[in-house]
Design a protein around this ligand. Structure first.
Ligand code: ATP
Ligand code: MG
Length: 258
């Protein structure tokens, strides 16, 4: 089994992070990897793209409490490993999914405990021997805000999803700069998504000064899966995006330490 696949999928809003992260998680699980998917977006894109249930209440709500000085802590008997074992849910193809929990009509306040528990869990993950040979794959919310390492401290590689637009490329450049300033040795895999012409992928690669790991074409199957409320892998298993994600999985397996 391969180790060291600790991935955070990042990029501008709407670039296609959740679709690619979800399809990648299930593709790797089908190849025999144990996969822990982390959805830190209160608008639970990853969970929906996986075809997983989004519970009305985040399971992690029960994992944290306020202790002395009003500071958040895990409840007795729970640490990062136990939190995952107890509060992660099953997604298709054997993927285990930890969700931060969705925002309610009342905003973030009611899910504060879940947010805190999620944060403490991802920060304890790096040292957890239990998950040393798992693929850990996080889908971060849009833009650079959550990527300043605080929300992906486990990540050894960023999967940078970029559309061939100025806005998307500029955001991607900002993310790479922030990431490298925080930790110089972080690896980058560039995914150019919604490619429509031959020049799209090289243009993005040039701009970011990164090689293209995979170019993903614009694909009607993605929208049609969304309209059907189904995961792309279930709705259109032979679609070009699914095939491109297979190549991304090859690239990641080839880049990780055996
Ligand atoms: N290759 C593709 N071809 C066509 N449409 C795509 C493709 N990839 C993504 N999309 C569409 O782009 C939109 C955004 O996709 P997705 O939700 O995965 O992006 P995201 O980066 O996770 O967005 P957010 O930042 O809002 O979480 C969706 O409507 C999806 O259908
Ligand atoms: Mg998303």
């Amino acid at each position: 089994m391969l180790v060291d696949m600790r991935l955070a999928v990042v990029g501008k809003g709407g670039a296609g992070k959740s679709v690619i992260a979800a399809t990648l998680a299930r593709t790797l699980a089908r190849r025999g990897h144990r996969v822990l998917a982390l959805d830190s977006d209160p608008l639970p894109g990853l969970s929906l793209s996986l075809g997983a249930d989004v519970p009305a209440e985040p399971p992690l709500l029960a994992a944290a409490e306020r202790g002395e000085n009003n500071r958040w802590r895990f409840i007795h008997g729970v640490g990062p490993v136990r939190a995952i074992q107890r509060y992660a849910t099953d997604a298709p193809d054997g993927v285990r999914l930890l969700q931060i929990g969705k925002v309610t009509r009342e905003g973030m306040a009611p899910v504060m405990a879940a947010t805190q528990a999620f944060y403490m869990t991802i920060h304890g993950l790096g040292r957890a021997a239990t998950f040393h040979d798992w693929v850990i794959l996080g889908d971060l919310p849009a833009g650079p805000r959550q990527t300043a390492f605080d929300w992906a401290p486990y990540a050894e590689r960023y999967v940078l999803v970029v559309e061939p637009t100025w806005q998307s490329m500029l955001t991607a450049r900002r993310i790479t700069r922030i990431a490298r300033a925080a930790r110089a040795e972080v690896e980058m895999s560039l995914v150019v998504n919604k490619v429509a012409g031959e020049q799209d992928a090289p243009r993005v690669a040039d701009f970011l000064d990164l090689p293209v790991a995979v170019a993903v074409p614009v694909d009607e199957g993605v929208r049609s899966a969304e309209r059907a409320g189904a995961a792309l892998l279930d709705h259109a298993p032979d679609s070009p995006v699914v095939r491109a994600v297979e190549r991304l999985a090859d690239h990641l397996e080839g880049s990780s330490i055996h």
